[in-house]
Write a protein that binds this ligand. Structure first.
Ligand code: CU
Length: 182
C-alpha cells in the first residue's frame, strides 16, 4: 500500500515538474525571440548609427564625378544639419587632409563616403563612425559631435605605401560661445 502511494506521489510530482519545465522553456524561448527580433529591427531601421549604402554605380569612377562631391564637400541641409561628401584617395581624405573639415558641435552630420581609387576605411577616431570607402559605392552614416575639439579621420583599410599617413582633421567648434553672437 505504501509503495502504491509513493508511485502516485511520484507521478503527480513529475506532471507538475514537467508543466513548470514547459512553462520556463516557453519563457526562455520567448525572451530569445524578442531579443532576436529587436536586433533585426535595429539593423533594418536606420537609427543613424548603422552604416548604409546610399548608392551603387556600375562605373566605379562615377561617385567622384558627382556634383555633391565637388568643391568643399560640405553642404548645410538645415538649421542644425549638414551633409559631408567625402572621397578617399591614396592617400588623402577630401575634405580633411588638405583642408580641415569644420563642423559645429551638436549638429546632425550625415557623411556620404566613397573612394576615388581603391578600398579605404573611413574612421573618425573616438567616435562610432567607421565606414569602408568603396569605389562605385556611396556609404552613408550619421553622427553628432557633442564635444568640441579636433578629431582625426584615419584610414583603417590598408591601401598602399602611404596608408599610415592617410589622415584628415575635423575641427568641431563650440556651438555657441557664451555671450557671443550666433
Ligand atoms: Cu586608405
Amino acid at each position: 500500500m505504501s509503495a502504491h502511494t509513493h508511485d502516485d506521489f511520484d507521478a503527480a510530482f513529475h506532471r507538475i515538474a514537467e508543466r513548470h519545465e514547459r512553462n520556463w522553456m516557453f519563457i526562455a524561448v520567448s525572451m530569445i525571440a524578442v531579443l532576436f527580433l529587436a536586433a533585426v529591427y535595429l539593423v533594418v531601421h536606420d537609427y543613424g548609427v548603422v552604416a548604409k549604402t546610399s548608392a551603387i554605380y556600375s562605373d566605379p569612377n562615377t561617385p567622384s564625378t558627382l556634383a555633391d562631391f565637388q568643391g568643399s564637400g560640405v553642404r548645410r541641409t538645415g538649421a542644425d544639419s549638414y551633409s559631408v561628401y567625402e572621397i578617399g584617395r591614396a592617400w588623402s581624405w577630401t575634405p580633411g587632409t588638405a583642408t580641415p573639415l569644420q563642423l559645429p558641435a551638436g549638429a546632425h552630420v550625415t557623411f556620404y563616403i566613397t573612394s576615388g581609387d581603391v578600398l579605404h576605411g573611413f574612421e573618425i577616431q573616438g567616435t562610432s563612425v567607421n565606414v569602408t570607402a568603396i569605389p562605385g559605392v556611396v556609404g552613408r552614416i550619421s553622427y553628432t559631435f557633442d564635444t568640441p575639439g579636433t578629431y582625426h579621420i584615419v584610414c583603417n583599410e590598408y591601401c598602399g605605401a602611404g596608408h599610415q599617413a592617410m589622415i584628415g582633421t575635423i575641427i568641431v567648434a563650440p556651438r555657441h560661445a557664451s555671450g557671443a553672437e550666433q
